[in-house]
Ligand binder design. Structure first.
Ligand code: ZN
Ligand code: ZN
Length: 420
């Protein structure tokens, strides 16, 4: 097991006295405290090179830190070792007869997983194991790709969190959690990555979640749009009025929320003032005639105002939307879900939308529980990967938290990806 010292926890009785030493006398920087409500403790981190110090201040008399201070006085409380795979580490320790406080990891601060080893097995020291949050720390950059005469620009509209079980359908959690570690509410991190195609016209494919949702929605779906489509569009050197065509893969809220916005008067308007919005007719019909099973995914404010504004163009079939860009219906996820083929000078890129939402969904059977017609997804996936292999196509993953686009390799039936 590879373990790195993450931090040393120090139980504090009198915070201002502790700060007088660590901050004022030693001259160290003390970060803004973090409240860990479940432990009734406030944590003040002090960076000290690779590892840090953590001053632990009880916020209630029944907190473990308050009891510790009462019994033993303030001072060293625990050390924390960071490991890559906390479950593997716990299994290894159990096999060696080490006594554990936590047999299973539990959620810690900042999305980390933590577990304590009993001091009786660690020679009098309380040892915490920690697996850091999988959340990427580096912001998702705007990525540009050349494809023949076309320029493709991968944008970003933030993250949402969806139920991990629902994202992988019949695949058991012990398999999928290695690819997509769930948070304390069982949700996995997903990005929203709209794509710009610049050719004879400027097209935007899907537009992420947008900013019309309320706090309850943000809590349920773990929305993090600190970095969003407005910012990445500007970084790409584009203004909303530069977009000529907005093309929808389908009308679920995480794909078309950004089609509209709420103005100062409360009216909902098209976000891209000069654009025609191209939507498949069958999908439009489904989105405007929902049923109990799909209703939570279709929010009319995202698309009905487009019809009211007269900027809606419905297309009936697989067809070319602008030179080099055509749509192909896959069904499966929803009856009229479509993927987008981008072709120029013999090169191909495919925007896979929710057919293959992340690189974890490469195996045929890894199909979302959300899909209304999973057997259609299976057939569409087989055809998709055969086509990707035949054309050595670049695949855009709309929801992958780390990989915007990749080439796919297939060896003895096992698919891997090479980030582009
Ligand atoms: Zn969808
Ligand atoms: Zn989606």
């Amino acid at each position: 097991m590879k373990a790195v010292l993450d931090h040393v926890g120090i139980a504090v009785k009198d915070l201002s006295a502790a700060l007088a030493f660590y901050r004022d006398a030693l001259g160290l920087h003390v970060e803004v405290p973090e409240e860990v409500a479940s432990q009734r403790v406030r944590a003040h981190f002090i960076p000290t090179g690779e590892a840090s110090l953590e001053l632990l201040e009880a916020t209630a008399s029944d907190s473990a830190i308050a009891k510790y201070v009462e019994k033993r006085g303030p001072g060293l409380h625990h050390i924390t070792l960071r490991v890559e795979d906390i479950r593997a580490a716990l299994d290894q320790l159990k096999a060696k007869g080490v006594r554990l406080v936590d047999e299973q990891p539990r959620p810690g601060a900042e999305g980390a997983l933590v577990a304590f080893i009993h001091p009786s097995s660690a020679h009098g020291v309380l040892v915490e194991l920690k697996q850091a949050s999988p959340k990427p720390l580096a912001p998702s950059p705007v990525l540009r790709y050349e494809l023949g005469d076309l320029e493709l620009i991968s944008l970003f509209d933030g993250y949402i969190r969806l139920d991990g079980g629902a994202m992988f359908g019949v695949v058991p959690k012990p398999l999928w959690e290695k690819h997509a570690p769930p948070d304390e509410r069982g949700r996995i991190l997903l990005a929203m990555r709209p794509l710009v195609v610049r050719g004879v016209r400027t097209m935007l494919i899907d537009a992420g979640l947008g900013d019309k949702d309320d706090a309850k929605f943000h809590d349920i779906y773990g929305v993090d749009r600190r970095r969003n489509l407005d910012m990445t569009l500007a970084e790409a050197g584009l203004r909303p009025e530069d977009i000529d065509i907005v093309l929808a893969s389908h009308l679920h809220f995480d794909h078309c929320g950004g089609f509209t916005y709420r103005d100062a008067s409360g009216a909902i308007k098209p976000k891209f003032p000069r654009a025609q919005y191209v939507i498949r007719r069958g999908e439009w019909e489904d989105a405007t005639h929902t049923h109990e099973r799909n209703r939570a995914s279709y929010l009319p404010d995202n698309y009905v105002p487009l019809a009211d504004a007269g900027v809606l163009q419905l297309v009936d079939d697989d067809m070319t939307i602008m030179p080099g860009v055509r749509v192909k219906r896959t069904g499966g996820h929803c009856m009229h879900h479509q993927i987008i083929y981008i072709e120029s000078k013999g090169e191909t890129a495919i925007f896979a939308a929710d057919l293959v939402p992340t690189t974890a969904h490469l195996p045929n059977a890894w199909i979302m529980g959300y899909d209304l017609y999973p057997m259609d997804t299976l057939a569409a996936k087989k055809a998709f990967f055969a086509d990707v292999a035949a054309r050595n196509a670049l695949v855009f993953f709309e929801h992958d938290p780390l990989v915007a686009a990749a080439h796919i390799r297939e060896d003895k039936g096992k698919r891997t990806y090479e980030r582009a």
